[in-house]
Write a protein that binds this ligand. Structure first.
Ligand code: AMP
Ligand code: MG
Length: 331
């Protein structure tokens, strides 16, 4: 057991002393959870094998799953990316700081374990000052996957981090809720044409003008096409199903079922569901999604039922996370 210290800091003007303490932990090879604009990240010195290994241990993450490396500015890309094509520069200038991860060939400066032994690294510059100040003060790139135990719900509040990682990491920088709320869009620039490995709030249409084409999403789970095939990830402890409003009204569900409605209002139903959360628009639902799952999970209900949003482009990223967090109702 490690004693986990939580320091409360302002997201936009974090106390330099707190940042210095956190940077000291990173420089000694320790673990600091901090907010990016997407979710809270679990950070370690990306150049040190032993430090990065601790991320995998604390999360219980499979060593075959690569981590995203966070930088404080476009300029700090030089020591870590073996090539930096013109397209990468263009995308970085437009979308960094921001929730876009670019996959590029790595240099030996990045610990091999951070990229699961592979030749490429996912890079991004996060927006919040707390994240960039921490990276700048640490003077190393910071590898940071989401600050949750592997396969559990991603954290958008410091409280979510503590639930999973208290006693396993040195420090949590609590700067309040994250603004975007779902993980970054991952764009692979080593494939031609570039492909999206994970959908996020930066959409194929946002990227199209820069790529000269609309990038394909590969590695997406596909709610309608292959229900049940997706690996469970980002999941609550309570058994969680997904389905339609019609399922909610007509299928047999346990007495004590919590309901999360995404993209559809709660209608008049033949039975009442007292524990329910409605997230109507995608702009509102993305930042609130993981917290809604955390809150329903904490109620110790018999089941969670999520009414899935419509199959429209604005819901692509959220539907991807929903598939990983829930299973289809059994036939
Ligand atoms: P997270 O779990 O939020 O740290 O996100 C890590 C995810 O980013 C991985 O599961 C991959 O989907 C993607 N990723 C990170 N680095 C790479 C890489 N070098 N090549 C391909 N995908 C990557
Ligand atoms: Mg994660």
């Amino acid at each position: 057991m490690i004693r986990t210290r939580t320091l409360v800091v302002s997201p936009d003007a974090p106390d330099p002393d707190a940042i210095a303490e956190a940077a000291d932990v990173i420089r000694r090879g320790g673990l600091v959870a901090f907010a990016t604009e997407t979710v809270y990240g679990l950070g370690a010195d990306a150049t040190r094998d032993s430090a990065v290994r601790r991320i995998f241990e604390a999360k219980g993450r499979e060593s075959t799953n690569p981590l995203i490396v966070h930088l404080d500015s476009i300029e700090s890309v030089r020591p870590v990316a073996a090539v930096w094509p013109h397209l990468a520069e263009t995308l970085a200038e437009r979308f960094w700081p921001g929730p876009l991860t670019l996959v590029l060939p790595k240099t030996p400066r990045i610990a091999d374990i951070a990229t699961a032994g592979g030749p490429t690294v996912g890079l991004r510059v996060p927006r919040p000052s707390v994240a960039r100040d921490l990276i700048a003060r640490s003077r190393v790139p910071i590898a940071a996957p989401s600050a949750n135990r592997s396969t559990r719900i991603s954290p958008t509040l410091a409280r979510h981090v503590a639930k999973d990682l208290d006693g396993r990491i040195e420090m949590i920088l609590d700067s309040g809720p994250t603004a975007v709320g779902i993980e970054s869009t991952v764009l692979d620039l080593t494939s031609d044409p570039p492909i999206i490995l994970r959908p996020g709030s930066i959409t194929p249409d946002d990227l199209a003008p820069f790529l000269g084409m609309r990038p394909e999403i590969r590695g997406q789970s596909g709610l309608a096409r292959s229900p049940g095939l997706a690996t469970i990830h980002y999941a609550p402890r309570t058994i969680a199903y997904r389905g339609t409003l019609d399922d909610l009204d007509h299928r047999i569900l346990p007495e004590n079922t919590g309901v999360l409605l995404i993209g559809v209002p709660y209608p008049k139903l033949s039975r009442a569901f007292p524990h329910r959360i409605e997230l109507l628009t995608s702009d509102f639902a993305e930042p609130a999604f993981y917290d809604a799952l955390h809150r329903l999970d904490e109620l110790n209900l018999a089941a969670i039922f999520v009414v899935a949003p419509p199959d429209a482009p604005c819901w692509t990223a959220l539907r991807d996370r929903l598939i990983r967090a829930t299973q289809p109702l059994p036939k």
